[in-house]
Ligand binder design. Sequence first.
Ligand code: ZN
Length: 453
Amino acid sequence: MEQQNFHPGIARWYEEYTQDVEGLAEKLWARPELSMEEYFACEQTRKFLEGQGFQVETFHCKDQSRPANTVVATAGSGHPVIGFYGEYDALPGLGQEAVPERSPKEGPGHGCGHCLMTPACASAAAAAYRTMVEEGLPGTIRFIATPAEETAEGKPWLMKRGTFAGLDCCLSWHPTPYDLSPAEGILQAMSSYKFEFFGQAAHAAISPEAGRSALDAAELMNVGVQYLREHVTSDVRIHYTYLSAGERANIVPDYAATHYYIRAADMDKVEQVAARVLDCAAGAARMAGVEEKHTLLLANAETAILHSFNRFLYDCACAVPPIQYGPEEEAFAQKLHRAVTGKEGTCDPLPKGLEPPTGQELHYNGSTDAGYLTKTVPTARLYGLGIVRDTPGHHWGVTASVGSSIGQKAAVYVGKALAQCAVEIAAHPQRIDQWQAELREKAGEVRLLLPEE
Ligand SMILES: [Zn+2]
């Protein structure tokens, strides 16, 4: 692909609205909300996009009776339908002032940087739409603010509602403490189940023979799963917690519940392992003489990586003037790097580079709720910038970085790159056919496992 010019319409849009984009990032950062409760963020995002001439729909992704936590904003008409998704949930216990040393704040905090994702991606949608209109390019731009990524359940519920239906392709970004590059790591597939056991209560000393302990079944199931761990491949991760284990030791518990995550390199494997975990539950219930019920809470496929789309996205990002940080941001990064790592600066702690994709795929542990989206809609995501180098994920150092101008400038810069990509797609819509063919070959027939409860 030849060297692109940065579309002047995008440059003009950001000249006019950079303050608003940074302001939105600041507002979301200052009022962090936990997964499924992103009510303020939803409202602020709605206002921002309505102000940009988008048709905006808001709703709660899971429970219609609750205030809205999801935004679907559409502008333009016809094909291509170019999607963007942002996230905006925070994490418990990661409250921190936007200063380069430990200064805890009560409550949740943006320790994963999602407060930047929605401003970056929503601004990209607005700038791309404005530029497409100016350049007479047909197409639809749709921005979706997806809640509850940290609990991996937002997008599965939106999948169930069909919110992503009709997208021809999709773009997004996640800040990281690295230089910017299209995402090439394959995240694991996962499923999550609730197991419930129903027994018979009795006085544990006077009439234990009348009791059937639901807790016994939960414990026997866990023992069965410990043995199962010896017979799975090394990519498999199985973890659980108790949700309910009885109230008093002198009452035989008639109810117990556990929550399981099952992860593996791909969904087929997750399902094979899950079948054996379900057998452990059934066997345990039989041993304890109780009833068992299991509910699929959510499932996420492994992510699909499209090299041709990644390359296209990188070429577009190259057209954007590089991110500029000043001496204050450099000093902030030095100080925060020292505070987080305990080491004197051995590297430039402020990521600002743009790296080409390698074309190699790496497998990572951990999952994202975008798995099924990447397997059903050609999706390219930028990863990088906004966070001081060597800061661990889900850490107060992330909250500090993304609450400062380091994070806000990254959101604006990445927004420009994503907008450039969307306008280039609108100018060359035939490229989508190639990505869709690549995805079909890669993902095959995708059978969605949707949440039951
Ligand atoms: Zn995240």
